[in-house]
Design a protein around this ligand. Sequence first.
Ligand code: CA
Length: 231
Amino acid sequence: MTQKLNVIVIEDEKNICNFIQTTLENHDYKVTTAATGKEGLSCITSCYPDVVLLDLGLPDIDGLEVLRQVRDFSTVPVIVISARIQETEKVAALDAGADDYITKPFGTSELLARIRTALRHSQASAPGKTEAVYRSGDLMIDFDKRLVTIAGQEIHLTQIEYKLVSLLAQNAGKVLTYDYIINHIWGPYADSNNQILRVNMAHIRRKMGENPAEPKYINTEIGVGYRMREE
Ligand code: CA
């Protein structure tokens, strides 16, 4: 028998906590729950979780503060559970080191998909495990050759456009914030105005033949950033 993956759920709403626990246990995860930030932090220190689900609105410590404290000693994937509609909260959480977020109310399949993505990324970030090729539907990116094709047809991208697409593809399934992307592509001194990013994304989408209303490859997370489809 293989070792079960260990998930810690830090969430004070009993209904949601029970829903997550039942769902995950039915899918063969081991689940530990905590109803406060303090309890959650001590759980993380003592049980070596594979993934942490963290509610932002906790009764004692603010979820963001819990996240910051976790990041002081651990790189465990953290998925933030957000009830708040405000994008700023999610962005702040991502910028503070959360791997992803999920907004209440969410369903079983979304929850499981987010956890799988977070696990895959934490395993893939182990040294020497970078995939040389990304595929999603008819899109293929060959990172060694710096080649992008759709249904076998080469897509001609500028240097910056290629950097953008490959950054998103290397983090497929994960939302990258505007600031994170701008920092990576244009450097830390770049203007944090999103305009240049939006313009480049529009060019990429046009070249890829994306319908902005129904994107096949790159999703816009409004007010937050972009998420490339998982392979
Ligand atoms: Ca709460």
